[in-house]
Design a protein around this ligand. Sequence first.
Ligand SMILES: [Fe+2]
Length: 406
Amino acid sequence: MKFQHLFCRLAAAALVSWASIAAAQTALPATIGPYLQNPGPDRMTVCFLTREADYAAGYYHAAESALKQRIQPRPTVIAGTPWTLWKAALTGLKADSSYVYQLTYGRGQGTQQTVLLRFNTLSSRLETPFKAAFFNDLHSRTDTLEALMAHISPEAYDVSVLMGDCWQDPSAANGAEAVFRVLDACVRMLDAGQKPMLYLRGNHETRGDFAASMAYLFDLPLLNPTAKLGEQAHQFALTAGPVRLIALDTGEDFNKRAAIFEPMRQRQAEWLRHILSDQQPAPWQILVSHQPLYNDNIWYSEASRALWEPILAKAQIDIALAAHDHKWKRLLAGQRFEVTLSESDAGKHLGTAATYTLNVPWPILIGGGPAREEATVMLLTATASRLDVRIQDANGRTLTELTLEK
Ligand SMILES: [Fe+2]
């Protein structure tokens, strides 16, 4: 009897530990996505991650047409991980149009299909409203994203923007498991298979031994994932309906790793000059950066401000959206701040101790932090004559609302 009892207990314990090992192993799904990247009026990139498939293919067609076109994604094995990224650029699409797509994938004879998904290309008509949701500083807290999403209706946004530090120091440990878990949560919760999910790097995403490989997970117009960390071009300009987003990569904070990030910021200054002279401005110019270029405390990028301020002065920026501070904030155009970086803070953060005078040239909204009680989302809606941005917390409460009209 006694022996039988012991045997049962051992068997039960074995079962429990097997179950927990299995749970740990199955914590990540076999696939992530599909998810949409690099949207344009005539293009969309479809990304899909698999761990076991040796092929992936698919088709797409305009929603109002049955004429199918083939999707043949190119596989890239992401080094140091069990994941293969399948990436396909769909080009020659019609602006402001709806498309349907589906992928098939598998190994050998075993074939599986994703659900049927639908996306819209960006509009090139000023009359089409643009709606976007901006998230920041999740620091890998997917529970915070879940709390925010509980109060965001699907109609509230067409595009989501991850504006930095959504990943906390990306680690290559266990095949970069933590990185892919956050990506999977973002893709699922933001409905990134049907709404493009834009990625703008924050200072924490430049840290960690998987930082350089993060670029494999996204598609941006200038981004080459095989380039070194400081040579990857994460900045982008995107025009959709009445809005042009100008997204700049502020890199590391203060003067950290200046040998890498100062040339990167300088290259972006050149790029900024180029796009400002080359592209037509939209009715609304929205500047997006992880670190704000102005703040009432030390949590802004002096290095970026010093370089980009003279160029941006000619860009007719209507509003800037930023992050990094971990405390939501609204700064008004015309405010002036004297910000002192003390000797001790300069030593701690690798900055230059001084008092900096900052003249805020346009309204700035800064999003909150990673904990549920400090987290925010910025919900933007723009028509050609009116722009509304609302900062909302994880209880669905509006913290501030800003309206611009022209
Ligand atoms: Fe940050």
